[in-house]
Design a protein around this ligand. Structure first.
Ligand code: SF4
Ligand code: SF4
Length: 117
């Protein structure tokens, strides 16, 4: 399951440096699939979508820190627990993304996709 940051976020920035996939960005910041991963050039995401990994994308939130679902592996392959959850000081601020309920196998597959391309 990819995780998602809710509007209870206080923009403290504690989570951002802890993500092993660089899936967390500050409000209003452009992001790319290539940052923090080994992806480059045209890649096909696990949902079949073709994207330019190096292209900068529009921020997912201008108000709160946000998590890019296609880069979140729930920390599988790196840590035993989700680092953003572990470091966030606000209870229940970070939740399971309602549209990204994924199996452990799918998350491990994403981790391989992101870092061993
Ligand atoms: S669960 Fe892990 S991979 Fe996903 S956003 Fe949080 S720190 Fe990053
Ligand atoms: S640690 Fe929690 S409150 Fe702080 S920026 Fe991240 S999601 Fe927001």
């Amino acid at each position: 399951m990819a995780l998602s940051i809710t509007e209870t976020c206080i923009n403290c920035a504690a989570c951002e440096p802890e993500c092993p996939n660089q899936a967390i960005y500050e409000p209003g910041m452009e992001w790319s699939m290539a940052e923090g991963t080994s992806l480059e050039g045209t890649v096909t995401l696990m949902n079949g979508e073709e994207v330019d990994a190096d292209e900068m994308q529009e921020p997912l939130s201008d108000d709160f820190y946000f998590i890019v679902p296609d880069k979140c592996t729930e920390c599988k392959g790196f840590h035993d627990e989700e680092q953003c959850l572990a470091f966030c000081p606000v209870p229940e601020c970070i939740i399971v993304h309602p549209e990204h309920d994924e199996t452990e196998d799918a998350l491990l597959e994403r981790q391989t996709f992101l870092h061993e391309a």
